[in-house]
Ligand binder design. Sequence first.
Ligand code: GLU
Length: 283
Amino acid sequence: MKTNRIGLVAAAAVLALTASACGSDDGGSGGGDTGGGNGGGDSIKIGIKFDQPGLGLKQGNDYTGMDVDMAKYVAGELGYEEDAIEWVQAPSAQRENLISTGQVQLIFATYSITDERKEKVSFAGPYFVAGQDLLVRADDSSITGPDTLDGKKLCSVTGSTSAQKVKDQVPGVNLQEFGTYSECVAALVSNGVDALTTDDTILAGYASQPQYEGKLKVVGQTFSEERYGVGLKKDDTELCQQVTDAINKMIEDGSWQKAVDDNLGKAGYTPGAGNPPTPDACS
Ligand code: GLU
């Protein structure tokens, strides 16, 4: 009995020593105190797209894209090392819910700031301005803009501004809504639909994928303004301000331009008017 207890105490002491050694190692290599003031615990859950090349793409344990780079920078400013970020898939229709239920703290997912969404979540930003466009098969010259979609089969994603806009603008359109844009791309190359509509950034990313080379083209006539914001809990003005400060810093120190060039440059995409944007005030 006694021996056992001593044994347990000794084992506990060894464990404690090991734990504290690990702790101090972590602190040393991780820059230690920067993480202490974030008030958000040891890790942060960030929602991104998993299937949008150049923006948010998951390949194995690798996460790449402009939204990923923006998220890493902002998280760093909030005191989170890269390995403290837990990436969560945030499909278009689930973004408000992921935030309001606390499943993610931030969303960087080609997420347009709209008044309707602002009823459920708050946004910091914009940090980028894109525009809605069309992706068609490379040999299709019949679709040149939204006014040429009559009688065509169009694809977009549930819960996106893209689907809503095209329903409003082209009432007669034959619209198929999927859960992700990559499903639309698959339908487009297999002749299941004639066009895919969403932001030009997303379309450029798909069109530049090696497997679609020569098969797809972006029409190049944007018909909306999509102001990408960082989604966060409704009315968390403090967090909004911290994210806004980080976005401003990112633009000023050249990291914004680098994130854009590194990720969208490959697709031959050049940001249009309004970039880099000036973030709105948090209220
Ligand atoms: N930016 C648009 C939106 O937030 C379309 C892209 C997307 O669905 O992520 O709805």
